[in-house]
Design a protein around this ligand. Structure first.
Ligand code: RTP
Ligand code: MG
Length: 137
């Protein structure tokens, strides 16, 4: 079943020169297509919408500050079971728990600066895609 998902390469990934490495891993998955992509520094209003589920958590403010600290790459990835697939490629939230071979396992350092975001369900993907790519199909 073909799906769409929102992937963000967070500011740490961009600062560390890992755009090509991470995009390459996504491109190499057979049957997946990047159908939109943009480099931009995310503003507070966008981040508040995106992370609404985390309001009030102790990591919320530091997370928003980090996410606004430099440019991110936002992209739409389409393909078979891509929601679950990109989450698997990324690995668990905490890089310490992430296996080698996953993006966070190979490059992650601390839980906040974990390089990538990927929508966690088809419903989240549709909600998040409206925030980042309002005019995308
Ligand atoms: P994401 O939303 O970025 O794809 O990551 P996720 O689903 O694996 O993690 P989530 O629970 O949604 O948390 C969102 C982001 O908040 C930061 N975080 N920091 N304890 C902490 O300091 C903490 N917990 C989460 C991470 O950047 C995480 O990706
Ligand atoms: Mg999440």
């Amino acid at each position: 079943m073909s799906q769409r998902t929102l992937v963000l390469l967070k500011p740490d990934a961009v600062r560390r020169g890992l755009i090509g490495e991470i995009v390459g891993r996504i491109e190499r998955k057979a049957g997946w297509t990047i159908s939109a992509m943009e480099l931009r520094t995310l503003d507070r209003a966008t981040l508040e919408r995106h992370y609404a589920e985390h309001v009030g958590r102790p990591f919320y403010e530091p997370l928003l500050e980090f996410m606004a600290s430099g440019p991110s790459v936002a992209m739409v990835v389409e393909g078979e079971r891509v929601v679950e697939g990109v989450r698997a490629l990324a690995g668990p939230t905490d890089p310490i728990a992430a296996a080698p071979g996953s993006i966070r396992g190979d490059f992650g350092t601390i839980v906040r600066e974990n390089l990538v975001h990927a929508s966690d369900s088809e419903e989240s993907a549709e909600r998040e895609l409206k925030i980042f790519f309002p005019s995308h199909g």
